[in-house]
Design a protein. Structure first.
Length: 112
């Protein structure tokens, strides 16, 4: 279709994409900050201080334990459904509330 119409150079649309790499930017900022700290250290302004990198994420073991518990309950329900049938859900309805109350009361008694 281009051979039918000739578009002048000044009316053509052309964009040069800019690429943004957050990891590269972070590394660049860190190196600049460390260079500044090393220069300050040479001049004696930054003597005795250490460079510290703070972690952004914290690992919690409670979350993985909860995920393991949910997976175990779902696995037991699935296996029970395959072997027993729909009756497993009736058993779950009768077993779940006492277990929930037991754990809630156990935590309530510990807090006193």
């Amino acid at each position: 279709m281009r051979f039918l119409f000739r578009i002048p150079k000044h009316q053509q649309f052309h964009i040069e994409p800019r690429y943004y790499d957050p990891v590269k930017e972070e590394v660049k900022e860190r190196t600049e900050r460390i260079k500044l700290q090393m220069e300050d250290n040479r001049h004696g302004d930054y003597y005795g201080k250490k460079i510290e990198f703070k972690r952004r994420t914290t690992s919690t073991s409670g979350t993985s334990l909860l995920q393991l518990g949910i997976a175990a309950v779902l696995g037991v329900l699935m296996a029970g459904w395959l072997y027993i049938g729909n009756e497993i859900f009736y058993y779950a309805v009768w077993i779940a509330p006492p277990l929930y109350l037991f754990y809630r009361l156990k935590n309530f008694i510990r807090s006193k």
